[in-house]
Design a protein around this ligand. Sequence first.
Ligand code: AMP
Ligand code: TRP
Length: 329
Amino acid sequence: MPTRVFTGLKPTGRLQLGNHLGAVRPLLDLAAAPAADVLVCVADLHALTVDHDPARLRALTRELATTLLACGLDPSARLFVQSSVPAHTELAYLLECTATHGEMTRMVQFKEKSSGSDSIRLSLLTYPALMAADILAHDAEVVPVGEDQRQHLELTTTLARRFNARYGETFVVPRATTPPATARLKDLRDPGAKMGKTGSDGSGVVFLLDDPDTIVAKVRRAVTDAEPALIYDSAERPGVANIAALLGALTGREPAAALDGLPGSGALKRAVIDALVATLDPVRRRYAELAAEPTEVDRVLAAGRDAVAPPAAATVARAREAMGLLRVG
Ligand code: AMP
Ligand code: TRP
């Protein structure tokens, strides 16, 4: 039986390098295996959990789908928009009836995003139930994600097991997979913080569609330190360690090995610039070609939706019956 691989990405901003190395590349590596069966969703409903602008959300949803294809996701993989498959929201409610309020309030991401704000959307709290529904509706077995999503994945596993124990075998129990060195890529200007689509001024964030000049400018301004020799030490030298992890991931080496032979941070930055431009320039060019034909991307999204919606509806029907909802007619 092929292994079912599933992941989701929120269209809250342009895809950045952390998304690429934490989730997209591991997904593409898994997709390259002969027995892989891949589903990817643009998690637009998750983007509604924080303040949003409708026109921007619509544009970012199409941009994210196009960027994934430009990164090499095969159009035959089922790529779809979360809100186009009703099973997600339907199952989310059933899982809200499986989870507890305490489990939701304990989520680190909820605590981080809600602290200091007196008016958060209720959906920010219930978000992990929707994410669990995304995964369980599609019988996912392996879910490639960055470190920040591991806790949500653990909750998904807990809810699947609890549901199966209470109501009978209904869901496949999934497992997360995170890359060894780049599960939490840091901001180039602030190596204490995660690189993210939103939240910083963007000067330390490399976006996948950045042109070479922008990449050069951002890497040149990356924070390193005053030590002349390059040594990999993530606790004492976080700036250098982050760039080493980045270079290693781009060139297929361990972070410490990526520093071998480099005399200092100037040489390290040049090596990273070369590796980044070599990786991202083809993505940017392919993106431009695909963006010129938006109907083709729409066709991929419609085909993805049509392929995944019926089996997902069947999984939700199983869950409804198991919970005791009367099947009428
Ligand atoms: P999001 O942008 O929050 O929708 O994240 C999409 C995927 O990218 C998730 O699997 C995240 O864990 C992953 N991700 C986001 N930022 C980073 C980062 N800085 N390092 C590693 N993975 C990341
Ligand atoms: N919540 C994830 C994030 O913020 C995105 C996501 C939504 C996801 N649904 C998913 C990831 C299902 C993996 C599986 O990054």
